[in-house]
Ligand binder design. Structure first.
Ligand SMILES: Cc1ncc(C[n+]2csc(CCOP(=O)(O)OP(=O)(O)O)c2C)c(N)n1
Ligand code: SF4
Length: 295
């Protein structure tokens, strides 16, 4: 994709890095197509800020994007980023190909809870197992947003969704535990309500050699918030109410040790869970290639 960026006559860009938006493209007026109160705008703002603060060359960090509401963020990443929008759940396969073809690249995978833990669960497991040098930003909004609010693997028990009659009774899948079990070597979880922590973790993940997984809990006002109430029985139909709920339900991992399974059932345990050095897939693959070339 060309690093050349364009602005549109009616658009008033306030974004510090990217001056192009899909909304601007389509209407000449709007900054993005995310719902008001959605967390994705915040995430992309912070993502770009990390590139500026760390003086990263976006060209070296191809952005591999799954399918979900966040996919339109492909217009909000730094202008010089190379972007690939993949099939639903298949970003890890694309990232693996890119990394093996050009080990100097470090793919950054943007994926939703449905994309990564639902339809792409198998691909995600094997990316972590191989410890491919890449960063996975796993956006957990507790729902399938783009397709209309269906129950997701991450929807908390007892919640209400567009496709469940009464409360959700299924067990919730924990993306962090899955990444740890599968072998990812940097694993963390944070929320949109903890922006500095998110930036800190992302900076570490970019420097880490191996598979880094950062789950980011983010509000979907339209399909999760609007269908559910907070502890004061208010419908969480604004970004503020849902962000406050996320913050109140986020528990740091050292405090979580003092809580029971039942107490943690509707919580998001945040913090860093693993940071270790282990042989990285593309480096090992290069050794095999060298050996083969030597005959
Ligand atoms: C193979 C395939 N199956 C289903 C779909 C339909 N689909 C598109 S996005 C999506 C849900 C995405 O949810 P998530 O990854 O959680 O992202 P969100 O929209 O919540 O940000 C689904 C089921 C698809 N595009 N391709
Ligand atoms: S449906 Fe939910 S996740 Fe999608 S843009 Fe709207 S608030 Fe964000």
């Amino acid at each position: 994709m060309s690093p050349q960026i364009t602005t549109f006559p009616n658009e008033k860009p306030e974004h510090p890095v990217t001056l192009l938006s899909m909304g601007g493209l389509m209407t000449g007026n709007f900054w993005s197509m995310f719902c008001g109160g959605c967390g994705y705008g915040i995430i992309f703002q912070l993502f770009d800020k990390v590139f500026v603060e760390e003086k990263l060359d976006p060209f070296k960090y191809p952005v591999i994007i799954g399918i979900g509401c966040y996919t339109q963020g492909n217009t909000l990443v730094p202008a010089a980023s190379q972007r690939v929008t993949t099939l639903h759940g298949r970003a890890p396969a694309m990232a693996t190909g890119i990394k093996l073809a050009n080990p100097a690249m470090k793919p950054i995978i943007l994926t939703g809870d449905g994309d990564c833990l639902g339809i792409g669960g198998n691909h995600f497991i094997h990316l972590c197992r191989r410890n491919l040098d890449s960063v996975v930003l796993l956006f957990n909004n507790s729902i399938y947003g783009m397709t209309g609010g269906q129950v997701a693997p991450t929807t908390p028990q007892g919640s209400s969704t567009m496709t469940t009659l009464g409360a959700v009774f299924e067990n919730r899948l924990d993306g962090v535990k899955l990444a740890l079990a599968a072998g990812a070597t940097y694993v963390a979880r944070t929320t949109v309500a903890h922006p500095r922590t998110f930036m800190h973790y992302l900076k570490k993940a970019i420097k880490h050699a191996g598979t880094s997984v950062i789950e980011v809990v983010t509000p979907c006002v339209t399909y999760f918030g609007r269908k559910n109430v907070n502890d004061a029985s208010q419908r969480m139909d604004t970004g503020g109410l849902l962000l406050e709920w996320i913050k109140a339900h986020a528990v740091w991992n050292n405090q979580a040790k003092l809580l029971s399974e039942a107490e943690l059932a509707d919580k998001y345990v945040i913090g860093e869970f693993r940071e270790e050095d282990r042989p990285e897939y593309s480096a090992e693959y290069e050794k095999v290639k060298k050996k083969a070339m030597e005959g």
